[in-house]
Design a protein around this ligand. Structure first.
Ligand SMILES: [Zn+2]
Length: 344
């Protein structure tokens, strides 16, 4: 076993992955045919090729427009988890989805949630992978629409639906706009997270923690610009769900050695790794570990820290978390032993 194979095989948790960004290109093409949506190209391999963030957002919207029936959501959720298992030994995921992306097209909230849950339950039966759901506020929505979305999500609540998050372009729409949506989610018993300081100053991290009540931070790369925020997050043990490839592509960091994740880990923050929108960035969870850990020369002990940070950052209850930790530690020990003496 070589080191890249080892990195693919380590058991993984994923906490920052957008359902709509995990749809396989071939499935996107199938669903477009089924629902008579025109595609920009007939070549499946080129469907997810784009040059700018605006083209990416356009394709993202187009993929969403092909998700219509409960069965469409189920198929894509199932395949998304299957890919995580096959390519990265995914064992547990808390997955984002954007309710208003679908409800604004007239798709009932129940169709979206029930379809996702069908796919999640079938994937657990077939692959043993578990998955929970986090409904995301889309920042470019009006605050009132976001609050209504939360209420509708709570009215259609299933066991799998455990949290509220927030995504979309960060700079123009700061987190404090959505305090009502977060309040409603908390009152309804949802756990809270948010994309923050991905493309905006570290004050957004402080706002998410103190005003919205977030328990984790998604991305957070600009934290390095503010020592006070950084020290506070270290002291409080805040977990950061980081995504190497998608953000390197979008922000133009020339390679992963220039990615802020390197300095976040070195600074002692609790970082864990994720694939974000894997199919749309031609990546997968296993590849994220391979690319980042080899680029930064991370040894097995650092990889173990990243993996177990993932377990500790989940919203599983304490018993479940402890047993997942024991399971992962045993597998990491066995993989470490298998790697010893082989070529790095
Ligand atoms: Zn994201």
């Amino acid at each position: 076993m070589d080191y890249p194979e080892y990195l693919r095989k380590v058991p993984k948790v994923e906490l920052h992955c957008h359902f709509e960004g995990t749809v396989r290109a071939a499935t996107f093409a199938d669903l477009a045919r089924k629902h008579e949506v025109a595609l920009p190209t007939d070549e499946v391999a080129r469907l997810y090729d784009y040059d700018t963030i605006y083209e990416f957002l356009k394709i993202f919207g187009m993929v969403s427009s092909t998700l219509i029936d409960r069965a469409d959501f189920a198929r894509c959720a199932y395949e998304s988890l299957e890919d995580g298992v096959r390519l990265g030994n995914l064992r547990y995921r808390e997955m984002f989805f954007n309710p208003t992306l679908h409800t604004r097209r007239g798709i009932p909230m129940a169709t979206v949630i029930d379809g996702l849950v069908d796919g999640i339950r079938a994937a657990e039966t077939d692959f043993g992978v578990r998955c929970k759901l986090i409904a995301d506020v889309y920042r470019q929505d009006a605050p009132e629409l976001a609050r209504q979305m939360v209420e509708e999500v709570l009215a259609n609540r299933v066991d799998e639906l455990i949290g509220l998050g927030m995504d979309g372009a960060e700079a123009p729409d700061p987190p404090e706009k959505f305090v009502e949506a977060y309040r409603a989610a908390k009152a309804g018993g949802l756990r809270l997270t948010s994309h923050a300081s991905e493309d905006a100053p570290p004050v957004n991290i402080t706002t998410c923690l103190d005003v919205l009540g977030c328990e984790r931070i998604d991305h957070g790369y600009h934290i390095l610009a503010d020592t006070a925020v950084l020290n506070r997050c270290k002291d409080e043990g805040i977990y950061f769900t980081c995504c190497p490839t998608s953000t390197a592509v979008v922000y133009g960091w020339p390679d992963l050695t220039a990615h802020p994740i390197k300095d976040m880990v070195a600074a002692g923050l609790n970082v864990m790794l994720n694939s974000d929108d894997p199919t749309m960035f031609h990546t997968d969870l296993g590849r994220e570990y391979v690319e980042l850990c080899t680029a930064l020369g991370y040894d097995q002990s650092t990889v173990r820290t990243l993996v177990l940070n993932g377990v500790d950052a989940t919203w599983l209850d304490d018993t479940d978390k402890a047993s997942l930790r024991t399971e992962f530690t045993g597998e990491l020990d066995a993989l470490d032993a298998a790697l010893t003496g082989t070529d790095r």
